[in-house]
Design a protein around this ligand. Structure first.
Ligand code: IPE
Ligand code: IPE
Ligand code: MG
Length: 242
């Protein structure tokens, strides 16, 4: 739930009227962060969990309505079984450790993607977190797990066509995994690569894009503030004139 007053938000150098409603993050660079330190990749994923914790808290405190993070893509299924197993273990550990605080802060957790691909323990943990927080009034925290933008669109179009022979844009939007988080205002990608990697293809149609070389485990609320300041300076025209 929003914790800071507008004055406090302004004290961070942010314009309270220009906080994006929906932020999406491609949390990339965990493996390289670890390798650069001579550590196994798993250490990077573990360190990345702490960034998730801090970024959720800060985003919720400043009144962001929806935060959608890319935790595991459909393409990430190509990774070695061992790394996938480590990621699944960390996800369960993270949920078990953080669920009470997230719930206390009124965060509503929803997964997007095809959960059925994961081991039962992962599915059960995620479903339990969704159920526990389903009626919470605070920030929506959407976690993309075995998610692909194209797969989401195929699914949405099939559902839309089952409703009507001539679906329009609204009919597609309504059938995305999460209809009520709406379009993305700000898409952040850490880790230095300048690409979208099949994330939220429909929802980012008019998003402002922010790329940083900072690797995800080093992405602190201070780094988020930099992205938010950059966002606040953008002129969003949506195809119109100023
Ligand atoms: C992002 O970090 C996390 C996942 C994709 C699960 P990476 O694991 O892609 O880290 P790099 O890009 O190899 O550094
Ligand atoms: C994107 O990162 C997916 C997630 C952060 C979960 P990747 O590391 O998988 O992206 P590519 O392969 O470099 O495009
Ligand atoms: Mg990567």
């Amino acid at each position: 739930m929003k914790k800071y007053t507008d004055r406090e938000i302004a004290a961070f150098g942010l314009d309270p009227a220009r906080i994006p409603k929906h932020i999406a993050i491609v949390m990339d660079g965990n493996g390289r962060w670890a390798t650069a330190k001579g550590l196994p990749r798993a250490a990077g994923h573990r360190a990345g969990m702490n960034s998730v914790k801090e970024i959720i808290r800060f985003a919720s405190d400043i009144g962001v309505e929806s935060l959608t993070v890319y935790a595991f893509s459909t393409e990430n299924r190509k990774r070695p079984k061992e790394e996938i197993g480590i990621l699944c273990g960390l996800l369960i550990e993270y949920m078990n450790r953080e669920i009470d605080e997230l719930h206390a802060n009124g965060v509503r957790i929803t997964s997007i993607g095809d959960l059925s691909w994961f081991p039962t323990a992962v599915q059960e943990t995620v479903r339990a977190a969704e159920q526990k927080t389903a009626n919470n009034p605070g920030m929506r925290f959407n976690i993309a797990l075995n998610y692909g933008g194209r797969a989401e669109l195929v699914r949405a179009m099939r559902l839309a066509f089952s409703e009507t022979d001539e679906p329009d844009e609204d009919a597609i939007s309504r059938n995305l995994y999460i209809a009520d988080s709406g379009d993305v205002d700000l898409l952040i990608r850490t880790g230095g690569d300048v690409r979208v990697s099949n994330f939220l293809l429909w929802q980012i149609a008019y998003a402002e894009l922010y790329f940083t070389d900072v690797k995800w485990p080093d992405f602190t609320p201070q780094e988020l503030i930099k992205a938010l300041k950059d966002f606040a300076g953008r002129e969003r025209r949506f195809g119109g004139l100023k």
